[in-house]
Write a protein that binds this ligand. Structure first.
Ligand code: AKG
Ligand code: FE2
Length: 185
């Protein structure tokens, strides 16, 4: 693996920037997420302390069914435009939006996003978090991580999105995220 000048691995497909929104916008978005029809993430017998709502397209982890759902609401339009500009993808390509509220003690386990999706662009709100990445190399994992400050945006594509897994450890306070995704053609 190539290392940059500072000895950090070069991570193709990982892009991040702070302050894509103002603190006032952050509070307004949190209010809108809390007022949304969130439901606990369920997988088999397990119910997570993570509440979600999908717009545009939804993937049901219980049944594996991927289907159109409620369109992305107007209050996400301006953020979606900024997310698309940041990621360098056409705004109309971001056809899915996922709202998540992580209750205190919630996180998200190791995974890659479903292969039906391509670009993943996320905005982090509330409690600062760390997104961890790992990739199997031989019998070991290569590991790295990325701080997610409140109001920061990130873009996962290419190698980081398809070859690496990501997770977020349990947080002490509430964190919210909004992720936009394009479909894989
Ligand atoms: O909360 C986040 O920023 C990440 C969520 C995530 O990895 C996912 O929904 O696939
Ligand atoms: Fe993910």
């Amino acid at each position: 693996m190539a290392l940059d000048l500072f000895g950090r691995p070069h991570l193709p497909g990982l892009q991040q920037a702070d302050d894509i929104i103002t603190p006032i916008e952050e509070q307004a978005l949190i209010g809108m997420i809390d007022a949304s029809d969130l439901s606990p993430f369920k997988y088999q017998q397990w119910t997570g302390k993570r509440l979600t709502q999908s717009f545009g397209w939804s993937y049901d982890f219980q049944t594996g069914i991927f289907a159109p759902t409620t369109p992305i609401p107007g209050w996400l339009s301006s953020l979606k435009r900024r997310a698309a500009a940041f990621a360098g993808v056409p705004t109309d390509d971001l056809v899915q939006a996922l709202l998540i509220r992580y209750e205190p003690g919630a996180g998200i386990g190791w995974h890659r996003d479903r292969p039906v999706f391509e670009h993943v662009v996320g905005i982090s709100l509330g409690e600062p978090a760390t997104m961890r990445f790992r990739k199997k190399e031989g019998s070991r994992f290569l590991r790295t991580n990325m701080p997610l400050n409140p109001r920061a945006i990130y873009h996962l594509s290419g190698e980081m999105r398809y070859e690496w897994e990501h997770s977020i450890s349990e947080m002490e306070e509430t964190r919210w995220s909004i992720t936009f995704r394009s479909l894989r053609s």
